[in-house]
Ligand binder design. Structure first.
Ligand code: ME8
Length: 548
């Protein structure tokens, strides 16, 4: 409803290496949702992001880099901050898990778990994977023979080696939450989106759900938050990390104004942590599970998984420079499909951006504002006699010059804002962009079909039709510019400014296409266009020297 508060979040990123485009993709998805919501006037929202700085991985990365964990984290965290700022991610909160406000929140959360009887001390032994920061069951292990002929046990998922580890840990009674978790999901079928991930989680919950070790011996892990009241133990990094969503809200004091109105964007690799462990931990601490979890897949490079540990990462700073911020945002959000992995390569970015932003969108703006077509540089008046109401076009077709396909395209543009909103709601941003791109193509077809440049402006009836074509085209562009703001904010601003659309007229909530169709006056008729600031989007070069 209106006025409702919402927290949107990205994962917090491990501060063990610089950001890559997968991280930026996560942040852009959350950013597009955040911006779209803002433009719908849906109520106050926050977008949180940040860095995950504790744990063995960071401790080891710091040792390998010959530095201390705090120094490594400060440096890497600043890179993430910079990458997201540069990519125009509209975050309102940036949290570092090494901050005192976060450590206090984690200790409070731990104490709540303990006081409510959700923890017990137990001896834990099993195969531990440092890279994944977790114990793995036999079913997730396989064997690998190295060059010397020695056999190693490794994780099926990541390929990293595991070691037999035995220690005294605090255990979380995860098994007690199997039924509550199942009930939560049954009652909230849209809690995990897209649907295949919801099914995957239901499947996990149908299997055995063993208790979870949530602390580590301090002797093995110093870089972390000590267990309150037991300094021989360090809090498991995943419990530490997940609580970030509460610490940004000022837990335990002010989170109540927001929680559980939280939407988490996460990669599929961390789905179990967010859709099983996190909701269970929240319930155990007396809080509700988050409202929604949006899950996306991975970017691969030439078919290979991209990860810091494999070393085939693509640098987002270089991409922004090469494709511009908006070009790169458009590509990732247009081509990234949450349900499946997508392959990244340079030629694809160039092709998508040139054909959809340069040729189709930029071309359309250029054609409809060209001095030869629109000499008065205004939004012409719309003539309903030339292009009558859509509802009864079959009867009125003969009155104008428009053909059935013109009416069909007008109908599809009129329904675009709602379709886009519903795709955003279902975390199908790429589909929203696909619909917009299709409408842009149809508008170009409309323009081309009627050859306005051939019309004789001195003939009153041709002049009327010419004005109608330009008016409809500019209206389409206004709709596309408005709807594209969450994805390509700079380009959309340029487009809307050229169309003289005032800032208060850019909301998606009351976006109306051809208002006269709805019996409303059109505020744009006769309005002078904004200054011509040149090409909307510059063509990208096909490149040989960039080995992206
Ligand atoms: O898992 N393609 O951090 P992380 C798309 N600190 N997205 C990718 C990706 C790829 N190739 N690689 C990573 C962690 N990501 C924890 C999270 S949250 C409380 C703690 C994205 O730096 C994806 O969203 O390893 C992944 O979940 C996220 O980066 C964090 O990766």
């Amino acid at each position: 409803g209106p006025g409702r508060r919402l927290l949107l979040s990205t994962p917090i990123f491990y501060a063990n290496g610089p950001p890559h485009i997968g991280h930026v993709y996560s942040a852009l998805l959350a950013d597009a949702l955040h911006r779209h919501r803002g433009l719908r006037g849906a109520g106050p929202s926050r977008l949180s992001t940040g860095t995950d700085e504790h744990g063995l991985k960071i401790q080891q990365a710091a040792a390998a880099a010959g530095t201390s964990p705090p120094e490594l984290c400060a440096r890497i965290s600043a890179l993430f901050h910079q990458a997201f700022t540069q990519a125009a991610v509209s975050f309102t909160d940036f949290i570092r898990t090494s901050e005192p406000r976060h450590c206090q929140a984690v200790c409070h959360f731990w104490t709540a778990l303990q006081e409510r009887g959700a923890l017990y001390k137990g001896t834990y032994e099993g195969w531990y994977c440092t890279a994944e920061e977790g114990f793995l069951p036999e079913s997730q292990l396989t064997e690998r023979v190295d060059a010397q002929g020695c056999t190693h046990k490794v994780s099926v998922e990541s390929g990293h080696e595991v070691h037999w580890t035995k220690e005294e840990n605090y255990m979380f009674k995860l098994s007690a939450f199997q039924d509550p978790l199942q009930k939560w999901l049954r009652d909230n079928p849209r809690a995990i989106c897209p649907e295949p991930f919801y099914q995957r989680v239901l499947c996990w919950l149908g299997e055995d759900l063993p208790d979870l070790s949530i602390s580590r011996e301090r002797s093995r892990l110093q870089w972390g938050i000590p267990v309150p009241s037991d300094s021989t133990q360090t809090i498991y990094v995943w419990v530490d990390a997940l609580v970030n969503y509460l610490s940004v809200l000022g837990y335990p004091e002010t989170h109540g104004e927001w929680w559980p109105a939280a939407h988490h964007v996460v990669g599929k690799d961390i789905l179990k942590f967010h859709a099983v462990y996190w909701p269970a931990l929240l319930m155990a601490a007396g809080l509700s599970p988050p409202e929604r979890i949006f899950v996306h897949s991975h970017w691969t490079v030439r078919g290979q998984k991209m990860s810091k540990s494999l070393g085939n990462v693509i640098d987002p700073f270089a991409c922004n420079e090469r494709y511009t911020v908006d070009g790169f945002r458009y590509f990732l959000l247009r081509q990234g499909v949450p349900e499946r992995d997508c392959d990244y390569y340079d030629e694809k970015v160039v092709k998508v951006v040139n054909s959809e932003l340069v040729d189709a969108l930029g071309g359309l703006l250029n054609r409809s504002t060209a001095p030869g077509i629109n000499p008065s540089n205004t939004y012409p008046c719309f003539s309903e006699t030339c292009f009558p109401k859509v509802v009864d076009y079959r009867e009125t077709e003969a009155l104008g010059r428009a053909a059935a396909e013109d009416y069909e395209f007008v109908v599809s543009v009129a329904s675009l804002p709602l379709r886009v909103a519903s795709y955003f709601e279902d975390f199908q941003i790429y589909k929203a962009l696909e619909c917009i791109a299709l409408c842009v193509r149809q508008t170009n077809g409309f323009f081309q079909r009627h050859r306005p440049w051939k019309l004789d402006r001195k003939d009153p009836s041709e002049k009327l039709w010419l004005d109608t074509i330009i008016h409809v085209t500019l209206e389409c562009l206004r709709v596309y510019g408005t709807l594209l703001q969450p994805v390509i904010p700079h380009t959309a601003d340029k487009l809307l400014s050229r169309l003289a659309v005032e800032p208060e007229e850019r909301l998606i909530s009351n976006l109306m296409f051809l208002p006269r169709y709805n019996g409303k006056p059109c505020p744009f008729e006769g309005r002078q266009l904004g200054p011509d600031t040149g090409i909307l989007f510059h063509r990208l070069e096909k490149s040989s020297q960039h080995q992206i």
